[in-house]
Write a protein that binds this ligand. Sequence first.
Ligand code: XMP
Length: 317
Amino acid sequence: VWTNYSIIEEAVKEVRAQVGERKVICALSGGVDSSVAAALVHEAVGDQLTCVFVDTGLMRQGEVEAVERTFRDQFSIKLITVDASDRFFSVLRGVEDPEAKRKAIGETFIRVFEDLKPEIEDASVLVQGTLYPDVIESGTKTAAKIKSHHNVGGLPDVMSFDLVEPLRWLFKDEVRSVGSELGLPDEILWRQPFPGPGLAVRILGEVTPERAETLRKADLIVAEEIYKAGLTKTLWQSFAVLVAKVKTVGVMGDERTYDSPVILRAVTSEDAMTADWARLPYEVLESISRRIVAEVRGVNRVAYDITSKPPGTIEWE
Ligand code: XMP
C-alpha cells in the first residue's frame, strides 16, 4: 500500500540520489504542484534548495503574501521574491490581443530569470511539478492549439538545468495529500487552477495596474462568496473577468453611471478539456453581484457566463 509516508520516503530518497550535493532551484507559481514539489525537495535536500517567486502584478489578492508566509516563514525555505510588476505592466502597455499578451508575459518571465542569474548561478538542478498524467500524456499530445499555454517555469534556454520531478508518479489527489502531510496549508493545496499569465487574460482590453486592481477586488469577492457558500472545492474554477473595453449605463442612487461590466465565470470540470457552467444557487449569484457593484469602483454591472466548453473556453481570452 502506498501511504503518504511511503510516497514521501521514496520521493525523498530519489531526490537525494539525483541531486547529490548540488544546488537546486524551484520557480514557485503559487499553485498546488510547484508548492508540493518545493516542499518535497526541501524535505530531501534542505538548504540546497532556493525557491523563486515572480510577482507579476497579475496575481490574485493575497497570493504573494500566502507564498511568503508558507515558504519563508513556515518552512524556512530560501525564497527570492521579485517584484517585477512594473516590468510586466510596461510590456503590456497597448497590448489587447490575447496571444500577444501571453507572448509578452512569457518573454518577460524569461528576462526576469535572466536577471536573477547571478543569484542562482551555482544551481544546476531545476524542480518541476510534473504530475503522472502529464508524463503519460506528453507522448500523445495533439498539435491542435487553441491557446498557447504559458506556464511559470519556462526558463531561458541559455540556462541549462537537470530536471528533478518529484511528483512524476503522482495523481493530483495524491499530490494534495502528500502536501498536507508535509504541512502545506489548505489555502495552497485547494487552490483552483490559475493561468500563468494571470489576470492579464481576464482583463479584456489593455492591461493597466488600475484595471488589475479593479479585477483583483471583484475576484476576491467572488472567491469569498463561493467559499462562504462552501462551493470552492466543488468548482474547477470560479473567477471574475473585467470587460474593460466595454462600458454600460447604470444608475447608482440618483446618478447615472457609465462603467465596465464584470463577468462571473464558474465551471465544473475534470481536466479542463471540457467544462460545464456551474449551476450556482441564485442567492450566491445575488450576493456576488450586489457586493461587486457596491464595493468595486468602476464596475456597475455583473453578468453570469452560461457557456460550457466547448464551444466556449474557460477563460475569456
Ligand atoms: P481554456 O480557457 O483554454 O483553459 O478553456 C483551460 C485551462 O487552462 C488554463 N489556462 C492557462 N493556463 N497558461 C496557463 O498556465 C495559459 O496561458 C492559460 N490559458 C488558460 C485555464 O485557467 C483553464 O484551467
